[in-house]
Design a protein around this ligand. Structure first.
Ligand SMILES: [Zn+2]
Length: 231
């Protein structure tokens, strides 16, 4: 554990804890976000909606079964605060909490019915070491807790680290991520329906690059779930 996290954990223990969104004091049963803010999350429920906007956007780029996002990403909105906290503020438990909530929503759905394994978009090991965790993996763990579908973190790998994508055009983003993912063993996802998960989908180029690596496995099926969508 890095000293900064130790301090944060100690602060969490000794000082009254506040909701990262509304700053109200949390109840002892709440962690990171209060129930009122969780209740206000801008859920899409688009897992119930074949041919949703994300699916139309990704259609034709690579073969996939379904796409769904938990919430809509709105600038300065509720989801943005939460994503900022779990991505940059050492709070992976928020991503996991959102995964648990979404997993409960997905339980019993047609979307989840044939999923065999959950695969988070991997970070480069160097970046994961720096951040201390992979936020997509934390979300995947939450989904797994709620649905009992297992998570695979070691088979889809990021072989090349790439610079941040925020200032690139869509074509530049694709060139930036092409070939950076691989699967260790082509047989591992053979005949499996993989649920590929990430934090936010914007252009979809990272997910597309992951899909190309997964498609090396014979007869693999791919669905996608993200915490947020920001098209
Ligand atoms: Zn709150």
């Amino acid at each position: 554990m890095k000293p900064k996290w130790v301090l944060q954990e100690l602060a969490h223990f000794f000082f009254p804890n506040c909701c990262v969104v509304c700053k109200n004091k949390l109840l002892p049963t709440e962690r990171g976000v209060c129930l009122q803010c969780l209740y206000k999350l801008p859920k899409t429920d688009n897992f119930k909606e074949p041919d949703n906007y994300g699916e139309i956007l990704l259609a034709g780029r690579f073969p996939f079964e379904r796409f769904a996002s938990f919430c809509v990403f709105t600038q300065d909105g509720l989801l943005q605060s939460l994503i900022h906290e779990f991505k940059y503020n050492h709070k992976p438990y928020i991503a996991e909490l959102l995964g648990v909530i979404y997993g409960k929503d997905l339980l019993g759905s047609e979307f989840l019915r044939t999923i065999d394994v959950i695969v988070p978009v991997p970070l480069h090991p160097k970046k994961k070491l720096n951040r201390g965790y992979n936020q997509a993996e934390a979300f995947a763990n939450g989904l797994s807790k709620a649905t009992s579908v297992k998570v695979s973190v070691d088979e889809l790998i990021r072989v090349i680290d790439n610079p941040t994508q925020t200032k690139l055009t869509q074509t530049q983003r694709w060139e930036n991520v092409e070939g950076i993912f691989d699967v260790r063993n082509n047989r591992v996802f053979e005949n499996k329906h993989v649920l590929l998960v990430d934090d936010v989908i914007t252009t979809g180029s990272t997910l597309e690059a992951c899909a190309y690596a997964l498609l090396k496995c014979e007869n693999v099926k791919i669905s996608i779930a993200t915490v947020g969508e920001k098209f």
